[in-house]
Ligand binder design. Structure first.
Ligand code: NDP
Length: 300
């Protein structure tokens, strides 16, 4: 079997198209321009790239993109004051503080200061709880993107065995909540899980969110399973002969794609979905803040 390649890049493009239509309707029918404020502290090169991409895509779908760049030595008080000001700014419907933050700033204090109704990353305890009990609101971006790809691929997920490898607050745990809501039978594996290969072999759906290059082997995959590879790992690539590195996922792609029914590539799978879902969440929060029902095709 050769797996179908799940093209996250093209799905994300379609999603951004739907977002742009919803943004257009919000502007025209309600006079609302969704605004996403992105705050970056310091000069971490990877964070700079993410923030630039987010700002570009925000503007492309017709939203207001409000970028705040603060110096590396910004105090916690100054950052919290900015977050409070954004909480109170009616032009802002989503607030994203780019992680990681410099050592003098406690990320938990920052997250707890973001108003839950503007928490488009779905990091605040209030929004994590809402996802758990199924109330409307923003949904963690990467898991939301994975879920959209799975639904597009499989339709109903009810009754399927889903194995998530990784239990981070960012990916693994919210992914488990979303798949439970879809009536999957969910197993969450982690670094203390025994016989991981056997656990993964039970899965109709594998979500790999570990951060270890190509750890999940082809022979661990059940024939025909759907494999969603969240991992982004940079490795040496001597075969290129140019001294450059390359990106790989947490799944041994070449092996797994001979056995799986469908698989996301890295790059071009889950990655593009994450930013698109951030924009989807900003439409959701803009609607909820203004007492409107969020579009059902942009949320979980
Ligand atoms: P974390 O480091 O926060 O979590 C990793 C998880 O993997 C932990 O739960 C850990 O278990 C588990 N783990 C580590 N080693 C093993 C092992 N040998 N066997 C089984 N489980 C193991 O990572 P994140 O969730 O933040 O990210 C995971 C990956 O996804 C990374 O590559 C990251 O770059 C990528 N990512 C990609 C995104 C995208 O947009 N595509 C967005 C976010 C992340 P334990 O809890 O026991 O320590």
């Amino acid at each position: 079997m050769t797996a179908k390649i799940i093209d996250g890049k093209s799905f994300a493009e379609g999603l951004r198209g739907r977002i742009a239509e919803h943004v257009g309707r919000l502007k025209q029918d309600h006079g609302i321009t969704p605004g996403l404020a992105v705050v970056i502290v310091g000069h971490d090169p990877a964070s700079q790239v993410y923030v630039t991409n987010k700002a570009k895509q925000t503007a492309e779908v017709g939203m207001a993109s409000l970028k705040h760049e603060l110096p590396e030595d910004t105090s916690q008080e100054a950052l919290l004051a900015l977050v409070q000001a954004l909480n109170n700014d009616p032009a802002v419907h989503g607030i994203l503080v780019q992680m990681p933050l410099p050592a003098q700033i406690d990320p938990v204090r920052v997250i707890e200061t973001i108003a839950p109704e503007k928490d488009v990353d779905c990091f605040t305890p209030a929004n994590v709880g809402k996802v758990q009990i199924g109330l409307p609101g923003p949904v963690s971006c990467t898991p939301l993107g994975c879920l959209m790809l799975l639904r597009d691929q499989l339709g109903s997920l009810a009754g399927l065995n889903a194995v998530i490898v990784g239990r981070s607050n960012l990916v693994g745990k919210p992914m488990a909540q979303l798949l439970l809501r879809e009536n999957c039978t969910v197993t969450v594996a982690h670094s203390k899980t025994q016989n991981l290969a056997d656990v993964v072999r039970q899965a109709d759906i594998v979500i790999a969110a570990v951060g270890r290059p190509q750890m999940i082997k082809g022979e661990w995959i059940k024939s025909g399973a759907t494999v969603i590879d969240v991992g982004i790992n940079r490795i040496d690539a001597p075969e290129r002969g140019d001294g450059k590195t390359r990106l790989v996922g947490d799944v041994a792609y070449a092996e797994a794609s001979k056995i799986a029914g469908a698989i996301t590539p890295v790059p071009g799978g889950v990655g593009p979905m994450t930013i698109a879902c951030l924009l989807a969440n900003t439409v959701t929060t803009a609607c909820l803040i203004n007492g409107l029902t969020p579009p059902s095709d942009l949320t979980a």
